[in-house]
Design a protein around this ligand. Sequence first.
Ligand code: NDP
Ligand SMILES: O=C(O)C1=N[C@H](C(=O)O)C[C@H](O)C1
Length: 250
Amino acid sequence: MSKLRVAVIGAQGRIGSEAVRAVEAAADMELVAALGRGDKLETLTGAGAQVAVELTHPDSVMDNLEFCVAHGIHGVVGTTGWTEDRLARLTGWLDAKPGTGVLIAPNFSIGAVLTMAFAQQAARFFESVEVVELHHPNKADAPSGTATRTAQLIAAARREAGCAPQPDATTTALDGARGADVDGVPVHSVRLRGLLAHQEVLLGDTGETLTIRHDSLHHSCFMPGILLGARRVVDTPGLTFGLEHFLDLG
Ligand SMILES: NC(=O)C1=CN([C@@H]2O[C@H](COP(=O)(O)OP(=O)(O)OC[C@H]3O[C@@H](n4cnc5c(N)ncnc54)[C@H](OP(=O)(O)O)[C@@H]3O)[C@@H](O)[C@H]2O)C=CC1
Ligand SMILES: O=C(O)C1=N[C@H](C(=O)O)C[C@H](O)C1
């Protein structure tokens, strides 16, 4: 069977360099291009890439995906900074190119995907819920894509269950003291040298709290998800948001 022809965009970055090694090591894949800043996107078509793994920067991802989708190259995207407007633009490109698929995964690690699923499951049982994400200080965006998605999933679960708004008696606060408001869920961002990517979902009710914590300790934790995404996206046209759609979570 022929190998899947995979390219990595952002190949010199923290996660991109790890992805290059993972694709090279995968028996069913061939690394056909490894692009850094300034490299021409035409390299992808010249190399016959079937899938582009996009791991760059929120300022770069849209141009890269517009090119890939227009040329029928499937995308596996870890880059963050997704807004409703950006998703609508991407969907428009995909609509014009039926057969092409893009997976956007706010987080490729299985532990983080499970954290989101557990938080979603627990959300309706507790009066209060807040998210704390902790990352290395080189990160461009806050809150993290994972924390934003976690909060959105929590908020949707609470809405569906008819939960009341969370209690919060704060009447005076310094700017940012209560975190960012994501659909009514406070999200707090820590940037600290020594950390990689970590998240806590804190849930509280009368007389008890539940903490769901996940720690990414090395970029290798994202690789099985990236490889799975590359294998599955070629048969999944359109936009898939979240790696959970390629996992059997039951
Ligand atoms: N979904 C997930 O599981 C994960 C997602 N991420 C996300 O992935 C992204 C990258 O993170 P990280 O590796 O830490 O960041 P880095 O800054 O280490 O790497 C990004 C790389 O992309 C390069 N780059 C920027 N623009 C372009 C472009 N137009 N074409 C080619 N290369 C480009 C950068 O070059 P230069 O240095 O010159 O700017 C850099 O080498 C972030 O959005 C991060 O949040 C990270 C980990 C896991
Ligand atoms: O920038 C990072 O490092 C990470 N970014 C993603 C995010 O914003 O959620 C995934 C993971 O947290 C690592």
